[in-house]
Design a protein around this ligand. Structure first.
Ligand code: ADP
Ligand code: ZN
Length: 776
């Protein structure tokens, strides 16, 4: 699921925050008036306030303010309301000396102190650290730590709307009310007897709040107090958990001991798929709770975590707090506040949860630490796995990185002794690891125009005949990745991006998977006009499903892709259907690779095992092994043995060898040896500059200037500028430069002085990506 949490939305005030709880200046003080007039009073008290704004000013968004007489001096980390230009903003009282030379006449008074727990030093240091590391303005990072400004309001009862008797009648379709499509949508999203916040209603119905006012005037809705947000149950560490197997208990004991030290430390928890790593780290969570501290669990795709949540409930007797982009506004506010108040014991979240205001964080778990979903690619560009380690260090907490297929970065850190390492070598219970075979497509090709080879068809047939489940994996959404005109050779591309449009046949549309552009499938070639000449090239999951429907007409088939599983509820229902054997043949994209436990699934067929290797970057082989190993790990997790068939045109590739042998450590050792001599990560550092503009020449000019101003010297090299593989994205032309440096070189100062040497016009954006994961 995409996150949309870093927007500035709501960071400024509409006067709404000046409720009862605000410790404000005396009534006589004019809001934010300038100092320096009037009789001489006591010396003015100055403070620094960091504002949640992505300002590239020298202070990075910090400004000096004065505290009016009669207002207590706010402590560091306090949330304060301040004037900025003609606006009112919320900010945080920040460390550092105010400038004593700033004339009093230029200082403005703060407007008040908000009744919320001040931001802890550990989080303030983290904000600064992330800003410095990613070369972002501190204000931009603070914005992520203040993503719910309304949570700073006094937690009083709030007003919303409920359906009136007339509204309930109108909702049921009673005639006589003046209805518009917008009004009807509002009534649809409201439930009789359940008041909701106006903003929530407007959001869900997709209308403005004006529509609500209109409905109120028409008597269809009426004001109502909202119930207090539910409080967060504290998970009970004494709740009986499963009896751990010996190797699990050994690992759990080591983690408990680390957590009990209440000091910083990082541990890699590795172990084959299905070895029971989750139960082990939940034991560390229990220890953290016993210590009276808070625990944070980061999952790469929280929307796909229904099974995980069930296990958590089984272990602790209640659900954890959740943090992801689909939380409603109210729950988001309540959660943020409950975290800040120390009420939340365990929170499970997406990467942005790192910026929540935990007052006493004792443990951070990063599950599936190898996942690229932990990398945030826009706004402040950061890797949540790496920042989790930093967050833990600032909070004197334990960080546990968990994976069956750890990244080379983490393995190297463990090898070099920076991280401790624990390993679970076998599957839990009687389950063995699945047997992996490669199907050489040169020898056993599928029929013309088909994508499933005869041996794979046979294996599926046998599996289904035994009453077991099979899965077909292809990491590509839609029907076909390209549409070609057989008459003129034209291929249909996105008007905004360097990308082919992907056919989604069920929706009769062509879609760009980069910018979201969509258009109907044209009846004839847009280039030469030939009728019936457009052909789908290559498979996506929809096409595999079509083929499967012909091959296995009696099997109950189910497609799992991010566009067919839109949210947490759909994912939970899908998992239930599969676990309850309502599905025989599962067809899916990478979302089927995620931690699922489907006991009746015994066969996994990978339609195109070579897919991730094409046009690959630095980590293409590593990522392919990780993904396919995780996919393979879905097979045979209970009593019946599992089998995995990989279709490949390139069966001799080291990736296929690694998957067949299952010897991932040997593969990773080879990867390390391939990267070490050239100084590629993790044996060297990378930082990318991405120059983009709607104006191609402007982008080229800045890219060229950056190239000319590139830093050099011992152990530093700059590659580029060159057009990015995605040379055009969302209508912007893109150029890339890559800085490669030895590990002992601090790249941030180099980058900073490099960027300062080049003038960048407004029409051009230069993004800095330290430790890039994507090279597109
Ligand atoms: P991993 O995270 O290593 O892939 P899981 O934690 O998902 O493995 O465990 C695999 C399966 O084994 C799950 O169904 C889990 O509930 C079960 N399991 C793990 N440990 C135990 C235990 N100690 N007792 C009972 N069941 C367990
Ligand atoms: Zn596009």
């Amino acid at each position: 699921m995409e996150e949309a949490e870093s927007s500035a939305k709501g960071a400024s005030l509409d006067g709404g925050l000046f409720g009862d709880g605000l410790v404000s200046a005396p009534a006589a003080t004019t809001k934010g008036k300038r100092r320096g007039s009037g009789p001489k009073g006591p010396p003015v008290r100055r403070i620094r306030v960091l504002l949640p704004l992505p300002l590239d000013t020298p202070g990075g968004g910090a400004y000096d303010y004065s505290v009016p007489n009669g207002t207590p001096l706010p402590e560091l980390g306090s949330f304060v309301a301040v004037p900025l230009g003609g606006r009112e903003m919320l900010g945080v009282v920040w460390d550092g000396e105010p400038d004593p030379n700033l004339p009093e006449g230029r200082l403005r008074d703060i407007l008040g102190i908000l009744p919320a727990p001040p931001m802890k030093e550990a989080l303030r240091r983290f904000v600064e650290w992330v800003a410095a590391y990613t070369l972002s303005p501190p204000g931009a990072v603070l914005r992520m730590a203040m993503s719910v400004p309304s949570a700073l309001e006094p937690p009083g009862q709030q007003a919303g709307w409920k359906l009136s008797a007339a509204g309930e009648a109108a909702k049921e379709g009673a005639p006589g009310y003046r209805m518009t499509a917008q009004r009807r949508r509002v009534l649809e999203v409201m439930t009789p007897g359940e008041p909701r916040a106006g903003a929530d209603i407007a959001d869900e119905a997709g209308v403005s709040t004006g529509v609500l006012r209109g409905l109120a005037e028409a008597g269809l809705i009426e004001p109502a107090l909202l119930p207090r947000p539910r409080s967060f149950a504290r998970p009970d560490p004494g709740h009986p958990g499963p009896y751990l197997a010996d190797d699990q208990e050994a690992a759990a004991a080591a983690l408990r001991e680390t957590v009990a030290k209440r000091a910083f430390g990082v541990t890699l928890l590795a172990g084959v798929t299905g070895s029971g790593k989750t139960e082990v780290y939940l034991d560390a969570v229990a220890e953290c709770l016993r210590q009276g501290r808070q625990a944070l669990v980061l999952l790469p795709e929280i929307a796909l975590s229904a099974q995980w949540l069930d296990r958590f409930k089984a272990r602790f007797g209640c659900a954890p707090a959740l943090w992801h982009s689909e939380l409603s506004g109210r729950l988001r506010r309540a959660t943020w506040r409950a975290v800040a108040d120390g009420e939340v014991g365990v929170l499970v979240g997406a990467r942005s949860a790192l910026f929540l205001p935990f007052p006493d964080l004792g443990l951070i778990i990063v599950d599936e630490e190898h996942e690229t979903a932990f990398k945030q690619e826009d706004g402040v560009i950061y890797h949540a796995r790496d920042m989790a380690v930093v967050r833990a260090r600032m909070a004197e907490a334990t960080c546990v990185l968990v994976s069956a297929t750890p990244s080379l970065e983490t393995l190297t850190n463990a090898e070099q002794g920076r991280y401790s390492a624990l390993n679970l070598p076998s599957r839990h219970g009687s389950a063995g690891l699945p047997e992996v075979e490669v199907l050489d497509l040169r020898k056993v090709p599928p029929e013309r125009g088909r994508f499933i080879s005869p041996p794979l068809i046979e294996a599926i047939t046998e599996t289904l005949a035994r009453g077991e489940q099979a899965m077909l994996f292809l990491n590509r959404r839609g029907y076909a990745p390209m549409t070609l005109c057989r008459t003129c050779g034209h291929r249909i591309r996105c008007p905004n991006c360097t990308a082919w449009l992907v056919e989604h046949r069920a929706q009769r549309r062509l879609q760009c998977h980069h910018c979201g552009h969509a258009e109907p499938i044209p009846p004839h070639c847009p280039e030469c006009g030939a009728e019936g000449s457009l052909t789908a090239i290559g498979p996506g999951v929809e096409r595999v499903q079509e083929e499967a429907s012909q091959l296995f007409p009696d099997a109950r088939r189910f497609v799992m892709a991010s566009d067919t599983i839109p949210g947490p509820a759909a994912a939970a229902e899908a998992a239930r259907m599969i676990a309850d054997r309502e599905v025989d043949l599962l067809i899916g994209t990478q979302i089927v690779a995620k931690g699922w436990h489907f006991p009746h699934l015994t066969l996994v067929g990978v339609v195109d095992a070579d897919l991730g290797l094409a046009g690959g970057d630095l980590r293409a082989a590593e990522r392919t092994v990780q993904l396919l190993h995780q996919v393979a790990g879905r097979a045979g997790r209970a009593e019946s043995p599992g089998r995995v068939l990989l279709q490949s045109w390139n069966p001799e590739h080291p990736v296929m060898h690694a998957l067949i042998s299952g010897d991932l450590p040997a593969f990773m050792a080879e990867e390390a040896e391939a990267r070490r001599p050239g100084g590629w990560p993790p044996f060297g550092r990378l930082a990318a500059l991405i120059v983009s503009s709607e104006d191609e020449r402007a982008a080229d000019r800045v890219a060229r200037d950056l190239g000319l101003a590139a830093p050099g010297g011992e152990g530093v090299q700059v590659l580029g500028p060159a057009p990015a593989p995605l040379a055009m994205l969302r209508g912007r032309h893109r150029r890339r430069l890559l800085l490669k440096a030895r590990r002992d070189v601090a790249v941030q100062p180099l980058l900073r002085s490099w960027l300062s040497r080049v003038e960048v016009p407004n029409a051009v954006r230069v993004q800095v990506d330290v430790d890039p994961v994507s090279f597109l």
